[in-house]
Design a binder for this molecule. Sequence first.
Ligand code: COA
Ligand code: AMP
Length: 631
Amino acid sequence: MSLSYDTLYTESIQNPEKFWAEAAEKLHWYKKWDKVLDSANPPFYRWFAGGKTNTCYNALDRHVDEGRGNDTAIIYDSPVTGVKERFTFREFRDKVALFAGALQSRGVRKGDRVIIYMPMIPEALIAMLACARIGAVHSVVFGGFASHELAVRIDDCKPKVIISASCGIERDKIIDYKRLLDFAIELAHFKPEMCIIRQREQLKAQLNEERDLTWKQTLLGAEPAPCIPVESSDPLYILYTSGTTGKPKGVVRDNGGHMVAMHWSMEHVYGIKPGETYWAASDVGWVVGHSYIVYAPLLNGNTTIIFEGKPVGTPDPGVFWRIIEEYGVSVFFTAPTAFRAIKKEDPKGHYIKKYDLSNFRTLFLAGERADPATVKWAEEHLQVPVIDHWWQTETGWAIAANCQGIEPGPIKYGSASKAVPGYNVKVINHEMEELGAGKMGDIVIEHPLPPGTMMTLWKADNHFIQSYMSTYPGYYQTSDAGYIDEDGYIYIMSRTDDIINIAGHRLSTGAIEAELSAHPDVAESAVIGVADDLKGEIPVGFLVLKSGVDTPHSQIIKHVIEYVRENIGPVASFKQAIIVERLPKTRSGKILRATMRKIANGQEYTMPATIDDPAILDEIREALQSVGYPK
Ligand code: COA
Ligand code: AMP
């Protein structure tokens, strides 16, 4: 008999070691752990201390060894190139082992960092799993980031090798990844020893003879590498995410805890059995891609799909349903913004009706708040449960969800449902008092966090403590605000820092401001996230010019838009800047971004008590009205 949510959740909080040891038993360990949870050095908790394992072994070889070698592990479907491929667990294991051997023969060793800057092609997964196989630490950088962002990551994690492709394809545009990579290496202080480039026929890259090899050249003469046993707490990967400063944070994930959490989550959160097809339509550059395109489905023995396309325009808003039908997808995961894009082009769901979705059981949404209108539209047209769940790059998997494999509860629109077992979620105020049902406050998670969550920030333990663990000692600060209702349902309402969420992509307004302020005519700038029907939020910039500037305003605006695109990347979707005389500030000089955002969104706001000059808010309102806000 399966246990109720309450029983399982209580057990996970009161007896986490027993709870997670049982989950860990289902995976392969070369050496069992000495201690399930090492709490000797909080907040640096270590799961399965002393254990030795290999994530790649558990994701691929284990299934082959258990007789499932001929089952499909990976499907690659690329509407932008017309290519469709399938790989069994055995075929993919062999490809990964060979590439891992090639990396070893080029000097890549356990603990070395490898940056992967690739589009959604099978080689991206081969590269990630090959690193895991030999204990190298991968750091995947999203292809929509520009050279400068890539350079910052190169300087931070100092990769021995960078693996990339000659190009990516974005609908009908060819993106020259190699040019972006070469420029990033030029900008970076640290230089990798080698770059491995997967040449694609849509655009062949020029190679630097001293530094670059093609993917094919790299494999010449290579021998397959076996899996190397690594410590449970050895890093599997670093994934950079936006922080409150312009500098991204390198979230470090371990091997053992991550593997256990990923595996557990497939059955319990997503309610999916080995052998079924699971599809997360995200990108390997994001945490959703790491966890639910690559690691969790493979660890659980599911078929996973690499989709090189978009929800609309590749070729039409029916592509998701075509894939669900063609591969018999049971559980599908995407971002609400993708659904808004589909709803806009196919409001009546005509495309949905063209496909047989009888295998499709559940839709999961995350990455941003799932607005009730989108959830209801999806429910009406798909006739399956639509589950909003909340998580972050830092946690690596869901903090709150309506766990479909435990005891599915009622859906409450606007809520990500209850805390997932392992996460002791609380809402507190600045005095660290726990708030009652329905009271809005800071959402925190009491220590210890469950397995799979971040270990630290790469080479920045102090920054890790300052960013997440010091405001509320004993708790992890999520930087999300919200409330919990009388039934334990969690409502995520807003970020408490300057992170904005553009089409499910997490970006820092601070980083965009740094680009605006780099313009020689700009004295000061502020960026806010304004509500957008499609992307959830889009950034709008405010510029205060230096005195005596006579450059035409339109030219300054054009230049700062170019700066952001060139230095951060097109995914920032920065298309609008307004020149104002001054910015509203508190008496201590803090820019009142939250109030500006409310004005732009047409929301009620209370006049901040500490405002320096209330009249400036009227100027901001007029400036926003001049460009059509509030919408
Ligand atoms: N490589 C290079 N460029 C990329 C890129 C990549 N991997 N991904 C996006 N870009 C570019 C796009 O080409 C676009 O450039 P443009 O300004 O020249 O048109 C820009 O970045 C913005 O892209 P995107 O955010 O994808 O917006 P869009 O308007 O092209 O499409 C959606 C809108 C809603 C369809 C799209 O954002 C989407 O599919 N979102 C889902 C996001 C998601 O899965 N997030 C993961 C969290 S679960
Ligand atoms: P990322 O690290 O890119 O996954 O972004 C994490 C942030 O996205 C969270 O801190 C939230 O602000 C937001 N987010 C993710 N999922 C949800 C959700 N289901 N509901 C509300 N906000 C979400």
